[in-house]
Design a protein around this ligand. Structure first.
Ligand code: COA
Length: 381
């Protein structure tokens, strides 16, 4: 059987960041609650001329610069920060990147699980025709109400991946474990710019889904826990991975420890929650910070509130050995926000009926220029 998986993976984030120490000062909370209790140091925050399209296009540009467009006939854009009920955000990316007309574009949604759904759909396309490659973009802005418990777990980022036969980075193995359940732990109504979240329920629903998906993987000839070398979890905040690891160990009656989680949390601690991109930022973080992974098996747990989850596994390929940390420079380059500037940006609303030109702030290759005639306008810088 042809090996199919992630051939290349690139991350992008925003112009701004908010240091969680600055947020703690405002909320009057001990900063250690955020740094140790949640495992988060910073969160990315978009400038007025950035959104899921500009981040997604930026990540994809770097990917295509390295790999070319040969065989790419599908672009799947996964997000839960959708900009339009009808038009896929990927169509804007298609234009910004100058992709040919002979590329199908669609958007996939199921909370933070959408990126994994897009990857599995892409694997199916490549299996039918191994000469095709699929561009998957997962891009999100996690935004909760000001002064809510979710506020320190905001963030923003995009992961672009090329799914291909004989992949250079990670071969996705055929067996996977699934678990879906209709639960009101997190959702965002069509008329709301922030998500509604029952934080406690989201944690217990995540952990129940984890053991449910693991059991399904085991029932479908998945590997034993001892045959998995690194576990990478969806990280709404990095402490969640520790909770997940402890629960999985308890479920299986083994001590999985915590140390293996450190490399996969390096980017996420600074990015904040990037919803669909979060798990794949974790994968990039592991690949970029561990040197001896070739041939090793990764266990990936993808959770999307609501809820749909999947436990999949992948084997690290030789191309991973030449990866280096490219993303820390992008994280370092972000411009810190004062608390007042952050709250001002957070409160900003853009009704689609009003024409608006956004200020020029971002230094990324693409910018959201504003709204004209109710349609979003983008430009290459
Ligand atoms: N020093 C160190 N740790 C501290 C601390 C301090 N001064 N103060 C609190 N903590 C710890 C708590 O003990 C807790 O750890 P634990 O989870 O291991 O028990 C952690 O910090 C968080 O504190 P808690 O009081 O539970 O936080 P909260 O109720 O304010 O909110 C969430 C936490 C996750 C519920 C909230 O951020 C949220 O709703 N986030 C969005 C939803 C989400 O991300 N869900 C995850 C699953 S998808």
């Amino acid at each position: 059987m042809t090996a199919i998986g992630i051939h290349d993976l690139e991350l992008a984030t925003t112009h701004h960041l908010l240091d969680l120490g600055v947020l703690a000062e405002r909320t009057g909370v001990d900063p250690d609650k955020y740094r140790l209790g949640l495992g988060q140091d910073e969160m990315s925050f978009p400038a007025p001329d950035e959104d899921i399209v500009t981040m997604g296009a930026t990540a994809a540009l770097a990917l295509l610069d390295r790999n070319g467009m040969e065989g790419v006939r599908t672009l799947l854009f996964a997000t839960e920060s959708g900009l339009d009920h009808s038009k896929a955000a990927g169509v804007f990316v298609h234009k910004l990147l100058g992709l040919p007309a002979q590329v199908r574009v669609a958007e996939i949604k199921q909370a933070c699980y959408g990126g994994t759904a897009a990857i599995q759909a892409a694997v199916g396309i490549v299996q039918r025709n191994p000469r095709e490659r699929v561009l998957v973009i997962a891009s999100d802005i996690a935004r909760y109400t000001l002064d809510s418990p979710g506020e320190p777990t905001q963030g923003a980022g995009a992961a672009a991946m090329l799914i291909a036969a004989d992949p250079a980075l990670v071969e996705i193995e055929p067996a996977s474990g699934l678990f879906s359940d209709d639960v009101d732990d997190f959702w965002r109504p069509n008329d709301s710019t922030t998500a509604i979240v029952d934080g406690r329920l989201s944690i217990s629903a995540y952990l129940d889904a984890l053991t449910g998906a693991w059991d399904d993987l085991a029932g479908h000839d998945g590997p034993a826990i001892g045959d998995i070398d690194r576990l990478v979890y969806h990280q709404p905040y990095t402490k969640m991975a520790r909770k997940a690891q402890a629960r999985l160990g308890e479920h299986l009656g083994v001590d999985l420890g915590d140390d293996g989680l450190v490399p996969g949390a390096i980017y996420n601690r600074r990015l904040g929650n990037a919803y669909t991109a979060s798990l794949y930022a974790g994968v990039a973080s592991v690949l970029d910070h561990e040197s001896d992974l070739v041939g090793k098996r990764l266990g990936l747990f993808s959770y999307g509130s609501g809820s749909v989850s999947e436990f999949l596994t992948g084997v690290v390929q030789p191309g991973a050995a030449s990866r280096t940390d490219r993303f820390t420079a992008a994280l370092d380059a972000r411009v810190p926000l004062t608390i007042d500037a952050y709250r001002g940006l957070h409160a900003r609303e853009l009704p689609s009926a009003q024409d608006v030109e956004t200020p020029r702030v971002t230094e990324a290759p693409f910018r959201f220029a504003g709204i004209q005639g109710s349609a979003r306008r983008y430009e290459r810088r």
